[in-house]
Design a protein around this ligand. Structure first.
Ligand SMILES: Cc1ncc(COP(=O)(O)O)c(C=O)c1O
Length: 379
């Protein structure tokens, strides 16, 4: 066991994971170097099959990033000018960026104060805001923030009533379940990210799209490679270079072998945090019948800045996800917002703080973090 009494702690410890499987990863990379199929090699097909099997989705299409995993479906579904997509403002930039990049209109909605995920009532006022702005709501984007699924049942009711399709941004939540179903099957399309800090990650950029919609899958496959016509030299549509590469797929295949174990460890760590802190601060709440992959463990406190400073003085890193709501940031400031502003999002931006979270966080290091948070809150 390392001496953790005062040494700096990592926020996410990728090296601990690497030391567990370094021989396997090195061998997997070497296999790709030896066969030389760097683009669309056998590892890519293999990982797509495994991700589809794991989730129960009919199709998986890997791609170059989590952002591509969101823009490819929008391109394939021809979402563009005059169309609106309802998006929470309390999320990472990509969720709204892809909509704006398409020339469509992101309409910002608020989130639930306990789960940080889309608030169904705010969706209804988002629809009114889209109407007032003269754009047609075509889709909504659920974001499964910090690893917990959005509450799909009430959201789907609204989506069905208004003819919207659901694009699920599961960048932070691959592996989580909602009422027994895996993310990947809850929206018409689900996008995820394998960015190194994500619960399931590679050693670079990467992402994947899951869907049961065969027609859309075929179109996304074409968009992934410049509108490639599958054998024909003529482009079928505009596209991108958005492939996942074979070395990253090989790495992901090795990481998938330990992923379930890592998710269990994340759950134990989240539970320990909650036991150590829920009497003094707002700790994360899961809704009934979901599992989380705990991409982040995020507290809400009016003393957020004191927590950050106290932990920093003890060499414990923290992170703020997200200190600036999207709807107030430059590129998004002129898009419609549900209701009279987004009070929950704006409050959370000033009060959230995420603690170190990874499967290899040892109990003594975690006790030190918990003690430091309690000290901060007592000051
Ligand atoms: C909620 C969310 N959506 C989308 C993305 C984009 O993923 P990537 O960085 O792989 O493009 C991220 C990544 O941080 C994210 O957290």
């Amino acid at each position: 066991m390392r001496d953790t009494a005062s040494s700096p702690l990592p926020f996410i410890d990728l090296q601990a994971q690497r030391s567990r499987i370094s021989d396997q990863i090195d061998a997997a990379i070497r296999r790709v170097l030896d066969h030389g199929a760097f683009i669309m090699g056998p590892e890519v097909t293999d990982v797509e099959r495994q991700l589809a099997d794991r989730t129960g989705a009919a199709h998986c299409l890997t791609c170059a990033s989590g952002t591509d995993a969101l823009i490819l479906p929008l391109m394939a579904a021809d979402i563009g000018p005059g169309d609106a997509v309802l998006v929470p403002s309390f999320t990472f930039t990509s969720s709204a960026e892809v909509v704006a990049l398409r020339g469509a209109t992101p309409v910002f909605v608020d989130v639930d104060p306990q789960t940080f995920n889309i608030d169904a009532d705010s969706l209804k006022s988002g629809l009114r805001a889209a109407d007032s702005a003269g754009v047609t709501a075509k889709a909504l984007m659920t974001v499964d923030l910090f690893g917990q699924p959005a509450d799909f049942d009430p959201i789907r009711e609204i989506a069905d009533e208004h003819g919207l399709w659901i694009l699920d941004d599961a960048a932070q939540a691959f592996g989580a379940t909602y009422k027994g179903s895996s993310l990947g099957t809850l929206g018409r399309v689900t996008g995820t990210s394998f960015y190194p800090s994500k619960p399931l990650s590679c050693y670079g950029d990467g992402g994947a799209i899951l869907t049961d919609d065969t027609e859309l899958y075929e179109r996304m496959k074409s968009v992934r490679v410049h509108g490639n016509g599958g054998g024909s030299a003529e482009a079928k549509c505009l596209g991108l270079t958005a492939r996942f590469d074979s070395i990253q797929a090989a790495i992901l295949l090795e990481k998938l072998k330990i992923f379930d174990d890592e998710c269990e460890k994340r759950n134990v760590i989240a539970q320990r945090y909650s036991e150590g802190l829920s009497d003094v601060v707002q700790t994360p709440q899961l809704i009934d019948d979901v599992t989380s992959v705990w991409a982040q463990y995020t507290l809400v406190s009016e003393q957020r800045n004191t927590i950050v400073e106290t932990l920093a003085a003890d060499s414990i890193p923290t992170a703020l996800f997200y200190p600036l709501p999207l709807h107030i940031q430059g590129p998004y400031r002129n898009y419609p917002v549900a209701g009279n502003g987004l009070p929950v999002t704006e409050r959370l931006a000033n009060q959230v703080v995420s603690l170190p979270m990874h499967p290899y966080l040892e109990a003594d290091a975690q006790a030190r973090i918990i003690a430091a948070v309690r000290t901060a809150l007592a000051s």
